[in-house]
Design a protein around this ligand. Structure first.
Ligand SMILES: Cc1ncc(COP(=O)(O)O)c(C=O)c1O
Length: 490
């Protein structure tokens, strides 16, 4: 088969055109049994391929027909031995990837700034995380990737580790020297698992960081939906055979996946793969040019800085993806969240994320000069609105708390006997839940860590800035669940 073909999408369309009488789910029966307003809005075409795993349409759990053909084409396009489609996002693929190599009490080497799905997988599998400190960028207030030296040290201290997990690239588009990390891990016979949620496109352009498969990694969970043109929630899991078994990965993935897989999502993966494989280079060329031109124009605005290749050169900033615009706004005397809100209210612009100091804008295959002009002009207006006060702004001290000490494994803490205490009385206790700001979804606390004053202060700062702090059962975060302590009886 050729990369121009879309066996899954074309198979679905051909099936729908036959207009079969459907005595099977989904019960909306091509939209006929559905709320009319929604049906008209979504359209009959989409509803006609919202189908299920009947014989001619194959089954994601045991693919032998059109899904297998689509997955095989994806494997060829991504340079993998096997590619599995995920209808549960990269979160689902990450959990399967980790559970495929780690069981209870197995060690996994991970950077501490990982997405919550990695921590969930650690709780589910019972694995013991060996944390690596990511490199902290004090100027931007963000964390980058891990260094080759720290991976080497971690593997020397923990030669029994079952895997090394790397985020490549990070949410902000920064990459570590993944090829070297893979060489180091493989010299210890340890597989490398990559969280490639933000890097589906990098495989298709040589001006972008190396993809997981290009760097020789063993598995990569990749959000096609984020930057590759498929529908939200559709991702892939790429596997290189050798240190991991694709058959085992498939069975774990199947255990974790709904039996009612969305064919709309699956078909969108098939067509996204075709577009990336056949036109990716040309489309990404255009995207890189557009983002560089926006970056340059943003950097002509006073007091706003859009990060570029000057960020490279540290051990954790080996390469970067220029299509991510990290825009530092701290010199305007505003938080990233305030700028996010201002852009929404004044210009109907939505950014990817904001934090205390930055906003992140993503330029993708779907953008044109027109969107770029709107962003640049809005930021110019904002900078001139702030002009009168920038002279009075004191240099901001970027706040990034220490990584807390892990006293219990996340799973032991998660399942331990717990109690709820007021947050202001929680310092020194062991937390039993996650707390994170989403996006980006990187935990401030994970179950098992000792609560510190600095981290409580950091949570307060984020809450006061209006950022979405999530995780605890108490969504107002007035109380927090901690491991129960028993005092000696008097
Ligand atoms: C670094 C990272 N990994 C994994 C994920 C999970 O991806 P998905 O939303 O496709 O489940 C995200 C999502 O934001 C992420 O930022």
């Amino acid at each position: 088969m050729s990369q121009e073909q879309t066996p899954l999408f074309s198979g679905l369309v051909a099936h729908a055109k036959k207009n079969p009488i459907q005595f099977h789910i989904p019960g909306h029966k091509k939209g006929a049994g559905m709320d009319t307003e929604f049906r008209q809005f979504i359209g009959d075409n989409a509803l006609s391929i919202d189908l299920i795993n009947i014989g001619p349409l194959d089954d994601l759990h045991q693919p032998k027909g059109i899904i297998k053909q689509a997955q095989d084409l994806a494997a060829e396009a991504f340079g993998a031995d096997r590619t599995f489609f995920s209808v549960q996002g990269t979160s689902g693929a990450i959990i399967a990837m980790i559970m495929a190599v780690c069981g209870p009490d197995d060690k996994i080497i991970v950077p501490r700034n990982v997405h919550k799905s990695i921590m969930s997988a650690i709780v589910f599998s019972g694995a013991i995380p060996v944390f690596i400190h990511p490199e902290i960028d004090k100027d931007l207030g963000i964390s980058h990737g891990i260094t080759t030296d720290s991976v080497e040290r971690a593997l020397t201290q923990h030669p029994d580790a079952k895997a090394v997990l790397v985020i490549n690239p990070t949410y902000f588009g920064i990459s570590a020297d993944l090829k070297k990390i893979v060489e180091i891990a493989h010299s210890h016979h340890v597989p490398v698992l990559v969280d490639e949620a933000h890097g589906v496109h990098i495989h298709f352009h040589d001006q972008l960081p190396l993809s997981a498969m290009q760097a020789g990694a063993d598995m990569a969970a990749t959000s096609v939906h984020k930057l590759g043109g498929s529908m939200t929630q559709s991702s892939i899991l790429n596997v290189r055979e050798g240190l991991v078994s694709a058959k085992h990965v498939q069975s774990i993935l199947s255990m974790l996946t709904t039996t009612s897989t969305s064919y709309l999502l699956l078909a969108s993966l098939d067509v996204a793969r075709k577009q990336l494989a056949t036109k990716g280079k040309e489309l990404i060329d255009k995207t890189i040019r557009l983002s560089q031109s926006i970056r340059k124009r943003i950097n002509e605005i006073d007091h706003i800085h859009c990060v570029g290749e000057e960020i490279l050169g540290s051990k954790a900033t080996f390469d970067y993806d220029p299509t991510k615009l990290i825009i530092s706004v701290k010199n305007l005397g505003l938080s990233g969240y305030e700028v996010e809100k201002w852009l929404r209210e004044k210009h109907n612009i939505e950014v990817e994320l904001s934090d205390l100091y930055n906003i992140l804008c993503i330029i993708s295959l779907g953008d044109t000069d027109a969107e770029g002009d709107l962003l640049v002009n809005a930021l110019k207006e904002l900078a001139s609105e702030c002009e009168h006060r920038v002279g009075q702004i004191k240099p901001l001290e970027v706040l990034l708390p220490e990584i807390p000490v892990l006293a219990l494994t996340p799973r032991d803490a998660f399942y331990a006997e717990t109690e709820v205490v007021p947050i202001e009385e929680s310092e020194g206790r062991i937390i039993a839940e996650f707390i994170m700001v989403y996006p980006p979804g990187i935990p401030i606390f994970i179950p098992g860590e000792i609560i510190t004053k600095e981290n409580l202060h950091y949570i307060r700062e984020n809450l006061e800035a209006g950022l979405p702090v999530q995780g605890p059962e108490d969504d107002e975060i007035k109380t927090i669940r901690v491991i129960k302590e028993y005092k000696a009886i008097q």
